[in-house]
Design a protein around this ligand. Structure first.
Ligand code: LIP
Length: 264
């Protein structure tokens, strides 16, 4: 078995166990533990408990690997592999009881920096939707036994997804980007969980997706799903505090970059 497949199997098993814990805690009621960057940026007790479970399981299985998690930060390893983890992506959905939340786990090789790492394996588990999306570099992206494939044709315009940061000061700029892309859209979705947006692009449920200000754990796993499903993912405005991630099938990705990248 290749390293990528081995890491993908581990990511999938851990994401499913963690997803089940998140779902159980949700059914018991959610307690807000803290706010982060802004009042809208929340962390629940479950985020912390789920990240601790993931960290423990990965450490038991592969003690030499590094870890980069949304709630507990970075711990370097010695193997060259780092696990990039969002214990609950879509925390606001989770807090409100909207089922579009997920556990996102990626294994990357190289520096734990999205500009230079090579993602090897990914698992996005959405327990309240009953879906798990997985990928291993060179082996495709999968869900429920089916191989995922991005859309190629968008004759009626592209169904696009996006998201907005938690800081109200950035909303006007994000909405301006939305109005610029609407001429190529058939419609727009804002689901509230970046990893699920990317999984949706991989599964052909969205034709494209763009969002500013994502953190590495928001997109590490989802981006590999898109690439392994035949799509393209890139980041622009890397010198800004809120770089933009753009994903889609080859044609939609290129059209989004042409509209959104002012440097082009
Ligand atoms: C969130 C995303 C959401 C995005 C937010 C945030 P969290 O992740 O998935 O779609 O718009 O900016 O990054 O905080 O729930 O893990």
């Amino acid at each position: 078995m290749t390293l990528a497949l081995e890491l993908s199997e581990l990511a999938t098993a851990v994401a499913r166990e963690a997803g089940e814990l998140a779902r159980r805690r949700r059914s018991e009621g959610v307690r807000l533990a803290a706010t982060k960057s802004t009042l809208a940026d929340i962390v629940t007790d479950a985020d912390r408990e789920v990240e601790a479970l993931i960290r423990d399981r990965l450490r038991e299985a592969r003690s030499d690997d590094g870890f980069l998690g949304e709630e507990t930060g970075a711990e370097p390893g010695v193997s060259g592999i780092t696990w990039v983890v969002d214990p609950i992506d879509g925390t606001v959905n989770y807090a409100y009881g909207i089922p579009a939340y997920n556990v996102s786990i990626a294994a990357v090789r190289g520096e734990p920096d999205p500009e230079s790492w090579e993602a090897l394996a990914a698992a996005v588990d959405a327990p309240a939707l009953g879906e798990t999306f997985t990928a291993a570099r060179g082996h495709g992206a999968w869900s429920g036994g089916s191989r995922l494939q991005v859309t190629q044709e968008t004759p009626a315009g592209a169904l696009l997804g996006t998201g907005f940061g938690y800081d109200p000061a950035t909303h006007a700029g994000d909405l301006a980007a939305v109005s610029r892309v609407m001429p190529i859209a058939r419609d727009l979705r804002r689901m509230g969980a970046a990893a699920l947006d990317l999984a949706s692009v991989a599964a052909g449920r969205l034709d494209g997706y763009f969002e500013r200000g994502l953190r590495p754990w928001d997109h590490a796993a989802g981006a590999l799903l898109v690439e392994e499903a035949g799509g393209v993912v890139s980041r622009i405005d890397l010198d800004s505090p809120r770089p933009m991630l753009i994903a889609g099938g080859r044609d939609v990705h290129a059209r989004l970059v042409a509209i959104l990248d002012e440097k082009q």
